[in-house]
Design a protein around this ligand. Structure first.
Ligand SMILES: Nc1ncnc2c1ncn2[C@@H]1O[C@H](COP(=O)(O)OP(=O)(O)OP(=O)(O)O)[C@@H](O)[C@H]1O
Ligand SMILES: [Mg+2]
Length: 366
């Protein structure tokens, strides 16, 4: 097992596309780090550079303290699981898992021990003699992980390993991957574009955008303290509402004044932090779960607000309501027992203790 260091990593593809623009990242031994971001932001490129499958244009990558820039993939002691993990169709599950070790001329007894241990961890012992075609999608995914586990590598690299599975299986396998990591503790770098997968799996999440890192932090920190508008909007579903507003002085405090005249007081504890932006335009950020009729979660700084739903979506455990506020689409999470009706004003509470303010000039959270 090992730590992984990325130092000023750049990847420029032929034709001048800079896919990765000088990123720095220190991954600790045993850590589970998830790279997340929209399509094309450079996640796979970063992972493939760690694996050695892609040449590094500039910068340095170290695994376990050794710079690996010039070390070929097979000597980096990493195991990679892709979205399209092709299993050998003519080999049994056991043979598929053993194959890499056989090639590396491991003794038969050692191979047997490792395959059986991996099968136990992955709960596929009864499947060892089956061929891949006799397995479900989730079982095949486990075998692909088994192949990586038996190698006992320094680092696991996963590139969207669950995206071929249906929604239910994806959630199940997500839990499996977490369990496996809790057992084997191998340093893991995991790529996904799914922010829920990122939050649920990661010790630390790395949010990428256009080839740079926007923010690195534990899931709760990214959710509660996003550093930029991009992170605030990317983490959390449905996404945070962003409402254009003006920050105004008001008898010792500050008010967020929304076009149309609605005015919401800033909690006193935040006033000093925001004071420098008084008189300027801001984006008022509030998550749907903090614009709600639910009074139970937080009793402080609740500001009443009346909005008229345009669409109501019952989800079972909650109901989503969508509104238009001075031209901005916003959504709120309601208690499912709330009798909300399209076109009928609805009494909501803005949990101002959970709000965010963004400087529209820099897109940074203030
Ligand atoms: N071989 C290549 N030649 C030129 N450009 C490439 C090549 N591979 C990737 N790119 C470009 O580099 C950028 C980053 O690609 P990358 O595959 O790392 O994105 P990603 O974050 O993994 O996206 P996705 O979620 O769609 O897999 C994209 O703009 C992509 O078009
Ligand atoms: Mg990719």
């Amino acid at each position: 097992m090992a730590e992984v260091s990325l130092r000023k990593i750049v990847k420029a593809y032929e034709g001048g596309v800079q896919a990765v623009k000088g990123i720095d990242l220190e991954i600790q031994d045993h850590e589970f780090v998830v790279l997340v971001g929209p399509s094309g932001c450079g996640k796979s490129t970063t992972l493939r550079m760690i694996a050695g499958l892609e040449e590094i244009t500039a910068g340095e990558i170290a695994i376990g303290g050794t710079v690996v820039n010039d070390i070929p993939p097979r000597d980096r002691d990493i195991a990679m699981v892709f979205q399209n993990y092709a299993l050998y169709p003519h080999m049994s599950v056991y043979e598929n898992m053993a194959f890499g070790l056989t090639l590396r001329k491991f003794p038969k007894a050692e191979i047997d021990k490792r395959v059986k241990e991996a099968a136990r961890i992955l709960d596929i012992t009864p499947l060892l003699e089956r061929k891949p075609k006799a397995l479900s999608g989730g079982q095949r995914q486990r075998v692909a992980m088994g192949r990586a586990i038996v190698r006992d590598p320094k680092v696991f690299l996963f590139d969207e390993p669950l995206s071929n599975l249906d929604a239910k299986l994806r959630v199940q396998m997500r839990t499996e991957i977490k369990k496996v990591h809790q057992t084997v503790r191998t340093t893991t770098v995991y790529v996904t574009h799914d922010q829920v997968e990122a939050l649920t799996l990661a010790d630390r999440v790395v949010v990428m955008n256009h080839g740079i890192i926007e923010q690195v932090g534990p899931p709760q920190e990214l959710y509660h303290h996003p550093a930029t508008k991009f992170v605030a909007g990317f983490i959390g579903s449905p996404a945070m509402n962003f409402i254009p507003a003006q920050l105004e002085e008001a008898s010792g405090g500050l008010n967020i004044v929304i076009a149309g005249g609605m005015s919401l007081p800033v909690p006193p504890s935040r006033v000093d932090r925001y004071r420098g932006h008084a008189g300027k335009p801001v984006l008022f950020g509030i998550r749907p779960e903090h614009l709600t009729d639910d009074k139970t979660t937080d009793k402080h700084h609740l500001e009443p607000l009346s909005l008229t739903p345009e669409v109501i979506e019952p989800m079972g455990m909650e109901t989503l309501a969508h509104f238009k506020l001075e031209g901005t689409e916003i959504s709120a999470r309601l208690d499912p027992s709330t009798p909300a009706e399209v076109g009928k004003p609805l009494a909501l509470l803005a949990h101002m203790g959970q709000m965010h303010l963004i400087d529209p000039a820099t897109d940074k959270v203030i």
